[in-house]
Design a protein around this ligand. Structure first.
Ligand SMILES: [Zn+2]
Length: 71
């Protein structure tokens, strides 16, 4: 009985650690290897994948900084 409790405890700890250590997933479906759409920063014109861009008012920006500067 005591062993069963210990195993359960280990499993719970393992589960919690796994949840914590999971890095924030990029919003990209696994197995989706299609070439990503590139967008241009409305402030500096740099090209970047759409998933890494910041969208505001229908325009795309390379960083939070540029989004704010272009307000
Ligand atoms: Zn920019």
């Amino acid at each position: 009985m005591r062993q069963a409790f210990l195993i359960l405890l280990v499993l719970v700890v393992f589960f919690l650690l796994r949840r914590k250590s999971t890095p924030r997933a990029r919003r990209r479906a696994p197995g989706d290897d299609r070439p990503e759409r590139m967008v241009e920063c409305a402030r500096c014109g740099v090209n970047l994948p759409i998933s890494e861009s910041i969208r505001a008012r229908g325009r795309y920006y390379c960083s939070e900084d540029h989004r704010e500067r272009d307000a």
